[in-house]
Design a protein around this ligand. Structure first.
Ligand SMILES: [Zn+2]
Length: 286
């Protein structure tokens, strides 16, 4: 009886997942709502559901296969108490550097915005390679990333390749490490040809320098022991608060509204008391 209860709970959990998310080829699966079902029927459907999801890497941990939204996950790993061990490499071919080139811009703050990736210099049309084997989750044009590909890997990570000139894969494609997934370019919010390369675990960005020796294009270690230390930077990023200036605003008004002194506002924003603030400008107040 207990087992049956668990089975029913699991079945309805998965049913919810199937309907709430776009999961590519299996989203069209229908469930009959009205007719009560025998427990063995439910069990058979549950098993089918599990089988039909098995092609999605790491589905149990992600519980989501979203092919429109680039960043659909909501996690906070700054509070991670365990260490998650990810095996990145069993043999030499398991990691291939996406493209060799100079680092134009590193992971970290770029003025006010946090840069969650690494920008690698390239020439337009240079082939960009998948870092690990996996399945393509995103392959589309987006205003910021331009032509962008996201791959969910069998090791649990997701990698993102932005500003591509051309995409050479489609959603659901199984790719090998080193396979060409696109050609480099400067699409989206970009000022020159480069690859914007991100690495995330369950949506939480990881500094790619923690895994990769970018000078030599090799992994630092065959395994990644992920813990809260990797995400400690996010505490500061998430604590920062901004206000967008509206008509009639002044520093003293913003200071009053948020209970922050004018001198603190000036320090946070690198401005002076006499600086003119413009409508639409974002002012950091925390
Ligand atoms: Zn970038």
């Amino acid at each position: 009886m207990f087992k049956q209860k668990i089975l029913i709970i699991l079945f309805f959990f998965f049913k919810g997942v199937l309907f709430s998310q776009d999961i590519g080829g299996i989203a069209g699966e229908e469930f009959e709502e009205n007719k009560p079902k025998e427990i063995n029927e439910l069990a058979a459907e549950y098993t089918e559901t599990i089988d039909s999801l098995s092609w999605i890497p790491y589905f149990n941990e992600y519980s989501l296969w979203e092919t429109h939204k680039i960043h659909p996950y909501k996690n906070d790993f700054t509070k991670l108490t365990d260490t998650i061990s990810l095996i990145l490499k069993y043999s030499e071919c398991d990691f291939i550097h996406p493209i060799c080139g100079e680092i134009n811009s590193d992971f970290g703050y770029r003025r006010k915005r946090f840069h969650y990736g690494i920008d690698i210099d390239l020439e337009r049309g240079d082939p960009v390679l998948a870092s690990f084997e996996g399945v393509v989750r995103i392959a589309k044009y987006e205003s910021t990333y331009g032509r962008v590909v996201v791959i969910r890997h069998n090791n649990g990570l997701e990698t993102l390749y932005g500003h591509l000139h051309k995409i050479e894969v489609k959603i659901g494609d199984k790719v090998e490490a080193g396979q060409i997934i696109g050609l480099g370019g400067s699409t989206g919010r970009s000022t020159g040809n480069h690859l914007h390369y991100e690495m995330r675990y369950l949506g939480e960005p990881i500094n790619p320098n923690d895994l990769i020796d970018f000078e030599n294009g090799i992994l630092l270690s065959d395994t990644l022991q992920l813990n809260a230390e990797h995400f400690v930077y996010l505490k500061e990023v998430r604590a920062r608060k901004y206000y967008r200036v509206r008509s009639g605003d002044s520093l003293s008004r913003i200071s009053y509204r948020y209970g922050v002194s004018i001198s603190k506002l000036c320090k946070l924003n690198g401005i002076s008391r006499n600086s003119i603030i413009r409508i639409g400008q974002s002012i950091r107040y925390n």
